[in-house]
Ligand binder design. Structure first.
Ligand code: AHR
Length: 843
């Protein structure tokens, strides 16, 4: 709880009237699931400069001049980096994955070369004798002429500015080499805007023949958000500069090579029970060679080669495996390490290894990682490395995840291979499988492990899925390792946060099976957003949490020991009928033909729609005779029928797949822009499932109604019929009713109740995600005494509100006292709010 936000706020609303509806009944004696103590943790991935330029306290960007280096295993051709030709493990094709790669632009990332009464050029070169074999590049300064009082300047602008604080001390370390430079070198902190000097250290090295390490501690003489570090040379010569590092001494817990104290504190305040590291997709890599190789993240940071991060920049891995484990220990949380399962990301290159020798190497890599964290230094070389790095005792590694978001039969083979060996050797570790909790492939994976489903969706999904786990199979414990409301909610507004609160309440209620959760992604540097919504925003000198951050914090601070019965976990709203709209044809990465399109309107009129009447929105559409064909491999292709708009009709057509991954789309209720409406997705999800999906802002998101198993064969004509009414859409394929979609009932009121054994309090959590106050009566049974006064914590605002650097706590919880708790009491919840009430009770 943000103490400064503590307010003497009394009741949220004066309760002069009685709530109109039936009371929400709470029974303390009817115990529900025990709430997992590990329910709330954090997930860190190097994305949006979460580490470099975020949590990791290094202030110099591109310190080793390696930014331009190609992703491992990729080759440069015609301005692009190309992955090796290889088979994709999921789609069994060769994706020839590639990305634009501008070598020259990348080289100067973070750096500027200039002359003040001096002539100088700078270029990043491969040094003849590298400072370290892992990092062969360096900056070569060619200083032609320096006038009296002049200087050649190599400036680093940090991660969009170097944050400096008056009076704080900064450790500088850099390397220089030259056969002919005879002058001095001045390191200078500047404020970056007026170039006012905020501290200097001058070096007069006797000889620079070999690589020479220069170090100093600089005390900042002022505060700056856009500070710079300058290295200044006052004579002519040719100079190589490498590994320039500037570190605040005041890191979190004073750790060398550690974390930014203010950023780390934001995590402390979330009370996380575990941390998942290092990813995310980067664990998989864009190619197998590009995966995170944890062994390369150890040792002196100067020797760490780093790797291109598939989120679009080079990760230095300054915050490596050892620092992660140390950080877990510092925050008294369990460590969860994620390692590559022998396959790269299937939406990128998706190449993989499969020979026994390669798979044994994969298993050995897992073993070495576990031994590094837990092993005996006297017996194991990796454990000895840990001890040599200053930590003889084991680290708190408790969970190991085998891969990230890997899917399909190939993953099952890999998981079984790795898991069988490791589980026998490390019974104390909980292993995690990346398949979703309802994946039928789990039948082919014997043993005890957790599963890790992920969801990034819009608010409707999270509100609608408060009940998602009520019927979930109880065969495997579930770790919801990544979830966030990030569709159509700006950079993450209050509506997003409230939908997550509703989803969390469902997970808490089902904590007998949902044992762990973590929001994702954790951080973004304000100058670099690789993902739509991120929990904590950072710049060079400030940090703030979004509304979702406070939801996470409130959930963790008010976790009950066990749940107790509540009569209305959700209160249903009224379903809005489907809106009238037009029809359309389409597909997803699939080529199709359509013909014989017929519309029967509500008054019984039958209309044949000629293929030429459809207008292409996306894809390659062509009419030949009575057939309209889509020939591109684009996702979500679409041809709409202009001028038609209705909510009651029957659509019939014939569809045939001619190539590609899936089946066909038939759209209904579409608006003219083609961005909103519905699609019957026949043979979707890799040609395995048929279901009806809402299309919102151009994206197909959730599913309405039943998912049916279905595979569409190439070359065969299918009869498709869709009967649309304002309250239903029924899909028939080849005369068989396949699924029915009905408008969803928007549930926007949620209640979750539990008992905290430590404090003797009933905890009542309520989400009111409407723009009206929500007044309810509560009836508590099985309580001998209910204390009238208790704490209430409320997060509220307007749906679209977001925190910003200017208003970092515009949305933040406010604590008040409520004096009218009783066995029967009324409360009015603020519009758009998440409220936690703590009621002292004795039973
Ligand atoms: O959190 C961002 C990305 O989302 C993760 O890297 C990946 O696991 C998921 O697709």
């Amino acid at each position: 709880m943000n103490k400064t936000m503590m307010a003497a706020l009394l009741l949220t609303g004066a309760l002069t009237t009685t709530a109109q509806t039936e009371p929400i009944r709470i029974d303390l004696q009817q115990k529900g699931a025990v709430v997992s103590p590990n329910l709330f943790g954090i997930f860190f991935e190097e994305i949006s400069h979460a580490g470099d330029g975020g949590l990791y306290a290094e202030l110099v960007q591109n310190r080793g001049f390696e930014e331009h280096v190609l992703p491992s295993g990729m080759t440069w051709r015609e301005g692009r980096a190309w992955a090796p030709d290889a088979m994709n493990y999921e789609h069994r094709n060769n994706r020839r994955w590639n990305i634009p790669w501008n070598l020259d632009e990348k080289k100067m990332t973070g750096w500027r070369v200039s002359g003040d009464k001096a002539t100088v050029t700078g270029q990043v070169v491969e040094a003849a004798a590298a400072l370290h074999q892992n990092t062969p590049h360096a900056m070569q300064l060619t200083i032609k002429k320096v006038q009296k009082g002049g200087r050649a300047v190599l400036a680093n602008t940090g991660y969009w500015g170097i944050g400096l604080k008056a009076g704080e001390r900064y450790d500088l370390r850099f390397y220089v080499k030259s056969s002919n430079y005879k002058g001095t070198i001045t390191a200078r902190l500047t404020d970056g805007t007026t170039h006012q000097s905020l501290g200097t250290a001058t070096f007069a090295p006797k000889s620079l023949k070999g690589w020479t390490e220069l170090t100093a501690t600089l005390t900042a003489g002022g505060t700056a958000a856009k500070g710079e570090l300058h290295l200044e040379f006052d004579k002519a010569g040719t100079v190589l500069v490498d590994y320039v590092s500037l570190f605040p001494q005041a890191t979190f817990k004073g750790r060398k090579n550690g974390q930014r104290a203010d950023v780390a504190q934001m995590l402390v305040d979330l009370h996380p029970r575990f941390m998942r590291w290092p990813g995310g997709c980067i664990v998989e890599g864009a190619t197998y060679e590009n995966r995170v190789k944890w062994k390369e993240t150890l040792g002196d940071p100067m020797t760490r080669r780093g790797e291109w991060d598939l989120w679009g920049y080079r990760a230095t891995w300054g915050m490596g495996y050892h620092e992660f484990l140390q950080f877990c220990e510092d925050l008294q949380m369990d460590a969860m390490f994620v390692n590559n399962a022998g396959m790269s990301c299937s939406v990128r290159n998706g190449d993989f290894v499969s020979s026994d020798a390669d798979m044994e190497a994969v298993v050995q890599d897992f073993r070495d990682a576990i031994d590094y964290a837990l092993g005996d230094p006297a017996r194991n070389k990796w454990a000895k490395m840990r001890a040599d790095a200053g930590h003889p005792k084991p680290f708190p590694l408790k969970y190991v995840e085998i891969g990230n978001e890997n899917v399909g039969p190939e993953y099952v083979t890999h998981f079984n291979y790795i898991f069988k060996r490791l589980k026998a050797e490390y019974p104390q570790i909980t292993f995690i499988n990346t398949l979703g909790h309802t994946d039928p492939l789990l039948d082919q994976v014997p043993g005890q492990y957790m599963v890790d489903p992920h969801w990034y969706r819009n608010p409707d999904f999270f509100f609608a899925n408060n009940h998602l786990f009520d019927d979930a199979p109880r065969t495997h414990d579930i770790y919801v390792g990544e979830y966030a409301c990030n569709g159509g909610v700006g950079a993450g507004n209050l509506l997003a946060a409230l939908s997550e609160a509703a989803f969390i309440m469902g997970m808490e209620r089902n904590s007998d099976v949902v044992k762990m959760t973590s929001y994702a992604p954790l951080f973004e540097n304000e100058n670099r957003r690789d993902w739509p919504c991120n929990l904590i925003h950072i710049n060079s000198s400030e940090v703030y949490g979004r509304a979702s951050y406070y939801v996470q914090q409130m959930a963790a601070e008010h976790r009950a020991t066990y749940n107790v019965y509540v009569s209305e976990p959700t209160t249903e709203g009224k379903a809005e009928p489907f809106r009238p709209g037009t029809i359309g044809l389409g597909s997803y990465a699939t080529q199709c033909d359509y013909k014989d399109v017929r519309l029967t309107t509500a008054d019984g009129q039958v209309r044949s729609v000629s293929p030429g009447a459809f207008k292409s929105q996306r894809g390659e559409w062509k009419v030949q005779g009575d057939v309209i064909s889509q020939s591109s491999n684009e996702q979500l292709t679409m041809a709409l029928l202009p001028g038609f708009s209705s909510d009651s009709y029957t659509l019939e057509l014939k569809a045939r797949k001619t190539g590609g991954m899936e089946g066909f789309f038939v759209y209904y209720g579409m608006d003219d822009s083609g961005r909103n409406g519905f699609a019957a997705n026949i043979g979707g999800w890799n040609n395995r499932t048929t279901a009806i999906q809402p299309i919102q802002r151009g994206r197909a998101n959730d599913v309405l109604g039943r998912r049916a198993r279905q595979t569409v064969d190439t070359g065969r004509w299918y009869d498709v019929k869709l009967v649309v009414t304002p309250m239903s859409a029924t899909l028939y394929v080849d005369g068989q009713e396949t699924t029915v979609a009905r408008p969803s009932t928007p549930t926007r009121h949620f209640c979750q109740t539990g008992y905290d054994e430590q404090s003797g309090e009933l905890i009542v959590k309520v989400v009111n995600a409407t723009d009206r106050p929500y007044r309810r009566s509560f009836a508590i049974s099985s309580a001998a005494v209910v204390m009238p006064t208790g704490r209430v914590v409320t997060l509220s605002g307007n749906a679209q509100d977001e925190n910003t650097f200017e208003q970092p706590t515009r949305l933040a919880p406010v604590e008040s006292r409520f004096g009218k708790f009783a066995r029967q009491f009324d409360y009015e919840f603020a519009p758009m709010s998440f409220t936690v009430m703590r009621v002292k009770v004795s039973q």
